[in-house]
Design a protein around this ligand. Structure first.
Ligand SMILES: C[S@@+](CC[C@H](N)C(=O)[O-])C[C@H]1O[C@@H](n2cnc3c(N)ncnc32)[C@H](O)[C@@H]1O
Length: 313
């Protein structure tokens, strides 16, 4: 994307309130690059941090000064969630996405710093190029990190291996990996789980732990740590660098069963229709109710999926 497209009429802005800050992310949905759009899993991720930051491993007292790298950052929403809790974030993506990412980082950082003058709750956020699998890029961001984060970075099978290798190369023995993504393909999802479970202890965040509104059955969040055997394989110089152990918060492996009615994604009644691939998808019964911005996003996602499945003969 050329920098002069940043202010084109096609550029739209997403206003997103998180951790008491009104953030604004420019996006360019008409570009050919996926990274110039804010994806829903990034909002679910940031709102999950907001909900769980009062105590435990995601509280500012535990996160202050932690080094975080965000992979495939896009417009940078998830990284801001961590930076607002005190982390020093390196937000990375491919070169085509960087002009928009830099602009979003600069604009939001300056508004947070202005609003927060005198307070040290905001950490920092900087941008770097990182193509998965590129050893020079990986070295340049100076691993290992305390946290590796990514939202909606799992969507194509051919990217799973370079993504995994990049995560391993950025990890130290105590690195925690936080990933969020929307399941769009069962094949990719199953392959991903197989690869990750081979390397990490994988915990799935139950929906009851997510924000009541910013969640959806197809969007999952994962908290992962290297398996003991994988930890011993990591033999970089910095392996012995002390990284304070993060306290395990009250997150347990769980299903949606412990999620009460209040954490349902919508307040509107849902019925289901069968799409062209035979899957059941919910449709809203709107009656007189207005859609919230989040609900509108989710129904937009559903419409896109239905349209994708329609075969025009
Ligand atoms: C669907 S977008 C998600 C963007 C953002 N994380 C969000 O949730 O809004 C996928 C992101 O992964 C990045 N990506 C895809 N392949 C990559 C690669 N090989 N190396 C680095 N980033 C890559 C894209 O540039 C894009 O920003």
């Amino acid at each position: 994307m050329e920098p002069d497209r940043l202010n084109s009429p096609d550029t739209s802005a997403i206003l997103f309130e998180v951790l008491g800050h009104q953030l604004q992310f420019s996006q360019d949905p008409n570009s050919k690059h996926l990274g110039t759009t804010v994806w829903d899993a990034s909002m679910v991720f940031a709102k999950f941090l907001e909900k769980n930051c009062r105590r435990g491993r995601f509280s500012p007292s535990k996160l202050r000064g932690k080094r975080v790298v965000e992979l495939g950052a896009g417009c940078g929403v998830a990284g801001f969630g961590m930076a607002l809790l005190g982390c020093d974030v390196t937000s990375t993506d491919q070169t085509e996405v960087l002009p928009l990412l830099i602009r979003n980082v600069e604009r939001n950082t300056s508004s947070i710093v202005q609003m927060n003058s005198g307070s040290d709750s905001f950490g920092s956020i900087r941008v770097a190029e990182l193509n998965w699998g590129n050893e020079d890029h990986i070295r340049a961001v100076d691993p290992p990190f305390d946290y590796i984060i990514g939202t909606d970075v799992v969507y194509a099978e051919h990217l799973l291996e370079p993504l995994l290798q990049t995560i391993l190369a950025l990890s130290g023995p105590k690195t925690t990996i936080l990933l969020g993504y929307e399941i769009r393909s069962t094949n990719v999802h199953e392959r991903m789980m197989e690869m990750w479970k081979g390397n990490f202890e994988v915990k799935i965040v139950p929906r009851a732990k997510m924000d009541n509104k910013y969640q959806h059955p197809s969007i999952q969040l994962y908290i992962m740590n290297l398996k003991p055997l994988e930890r011993t394989k990591i033999t970089r110089e910095c392996v012995d660098q002390p990284i304070e152990e993060v306290e395990t918060g009250p997150i347990k492996n769980g299903s949606d069963e412990d999620c009460d009615a209040s954490c349902g994604v919508d307040e509107v009644t849902e019925v289901e229709v069968e799409n062209a691939s035979g899957r059941m998808v919910p449709v809203p019964d709107l009656q007189d109710k207005k859609l919230s911005e989040w609900e509108a996003r989710r129904y937009g996602a559903m419409a896109a999926r239905l349209l994708r499945d329609i075969k025009i003969s």
